[in-house]
Design a protein around this ligand. Structure first.
Ligand code: NAD
Ligand code: DAU
Length: 399
């Protein structure tokens, strides 16, 4: 089977790709634009001299020739120097192959004869590219998104472009692709909005309350609409808060762990009594595998961790594991429109056989220790990612 995985260089996407490569005999095509959150190191051991592909020529080559000369890299969405510079830094330590778009599918087929992963650097908004890659695939697993709520509060532009328009582009391609068996759309529990006491079921109305979740809700319903209207074989997955290795250091658990290790103040929004339900990233991968096999087309499935904790609990546990003092905690200005609680009922996917086999405590300790052992991974991001530095400074200053 060949899977097309969008967003495969991100946190959940890369963990899913590794899990799938290690536990099946599938071949995988990743499509990832390598935004700030796309980290090639996440898949380093699967990348070689021939399977990292950068399609080029559908664009005005003359226009981008200048940037190629300047930065030694081209890209199918090069619009400006900033984009080009960012990509050249992402690709610097790798050996990308620049491929004429006309020859892309042939090249991917050749790559997949020798290795099980082909990584295509490209944007899901490009429906020509989507169509080409889908023609080679049996299943789509669509993770690619702008995923950080705080960034969406700062500026929602990229969220609408990628999460809404990008999903629409993929669905348009899927509509034309007759051989596709399933289109697994990764949504989120945030689409239901803030929970009170009763967990949300898949049939409850969506009520997103921040720009990220509003974009995800639009994508979720667009996927459903393409199933209802055109028969695209869509299955929608709504996981709760994921945790685990390789989470980009902007989300709560890596932010707190890294700040603790660096003896820096730990920013807790408001009183820290907000609650999240934590789901280990490998369990998300298992849930998706199950839905690839057994998920009913046209249905949505909640995936809960059943590990609901207050943010303060999470922060204090990290301080215990890292051996740091609670004095580092700094209560800061709350997130605007903060959803105090997410809570979903996952009876439906449990009915298909979904279960976790390790405890939250075990997995949480393992995760924090992963960041302790893999300083190189996050120190490189903190040192080299200009977009990261800029966002962190702007978001946390005056909080
Ligand atoms: P992430 O931010 O770590 O990774 C996103 C990936 O998508 C990156 O590799 C990035 O380069 C890529 N990408 C972004 N825009 C793109 C575009 N236009 N074209 C191609 N690639 C693009 O995200 P994550 O935390 O791994 O989340 C993955 C998916 O799961 C998202 O759809 C998110 O909404 C959903 N989700 C996440 C969580 C969570 O707790 N992290 C929980 C539920 C659902
Ligand atoms: O519920 C699923 C969602 O979980 C996913 O769809 C999103 O992609 C993912 O980012 C996540 O969203 P959250 O907003 O819940 O995650 P985040 O890690 O940003 O924040 C978790 C909680 O911690 C939230 O209540 C805000 C709080 N927080 C976060 C940060 C970064 C802090 O108190 N301080 C911080 O510095």
């Amino acid at each position: 089977m060949i899977l097309l995985v969008t967003g495969g260089a991100g946190f959940i996407g890369s963990n899913f790709v590794k899990h799938r490569l290690e536990n099946t005999s599938d071949k995988i095509i990743v499509l990832d634009a390598l935004t700030y959150a796309g980290v090639l190191d996440n898949l380093k051991s699967y990348l070689n001299d021939s399977n990292l592909l950068v399609p080029t020529s559908q664009y005005d080559l003359k226009k981008i020739e200048k940037t190629i000369n300047q930065y030694g890299v081209t890209y199918n969405d090069v619009k400006d120097e900033v984009e080009s510079k960012r990509l050249s830094s992402k690709l610097r330590e790798f050996s990308p192959k620049y491929i004429n778009i006309e020859d892309l599918n042939e090249k991917i087929e050749e790559v997949l004869e020798n290795t099980r992963l082909a990584f295509v650097v490209g944007n899901i908004i490009d429906s020509t590219l989507d169509e080409k890659l889908m023609n080679l695939s049996d299943i789509v697993v669509h993770f690619a998104a702008e995923s950080h709520v705080d960034r969406s509060i700062f500026n929602a532009d990229a969220f609408v472009k990628t999460d809404v328009y990008g999903t629409y582009s993929l669905l348009e391609a899927a509509k034309k692709c007759e051989k596709l068996n399933k289109f697994i759309h990764i949504s989120t529990d945030e689409v239901y909005g803030q929970a009170k006491e009763k967990p949300f079921k898949e049939t409850d109305p969506l009520n997103p309350r921040n720009p990220y979740s509003a974009s995800k809700a639009a994508a979720d319903r667009m996927a459903y609409a393409y199933y209802q209207t055109y028969g695209v074989p869509v299955v929608i997955v709504r996981p709760s808060n994921n945790f685990g290795p390789n989470q980009y250091p902007e989300k709560l658990i890596p932010v707190v762990t890294i700040k603790a290790l660096n003896n820096e103040p730990i920013p807790v929004y408001g009183d820290g009594k907000q609650r999240r339900d934590w789901l280990y990233v490998e369990d998300t991968a298992k849930a998706i595998n199950l839905l690839i096999e057994k998920g009913e087309i046209g249905q949505a499935y909640n995936v809960a961790g059943r590990n609901e904790r207050e943010n303060m609990f999470v922060v204090e546990r990290i301080l215990e594991i890292t051996g740091k003092s609670k004095d580092l905690i700094k209560h800061v200005k709350d997130r605007p429109g903060h959803d105090l609680r997410y809570l979903i009922d996952d009876t439906k996917i449990r009915g298909l056989g979904f279960k976790q086999d390790r405890t939250f405590e075990e997995l949480f300790d393992h995760t924090v220790k992963w960041y302790l052992k893999n300083k190189n991974w996050w120190e490189k991001i903190l040192r080299e990612d200009e977009e990261y530095k800029e966002f962190m400074e702007k978001w946390y200053e005056n909080r």
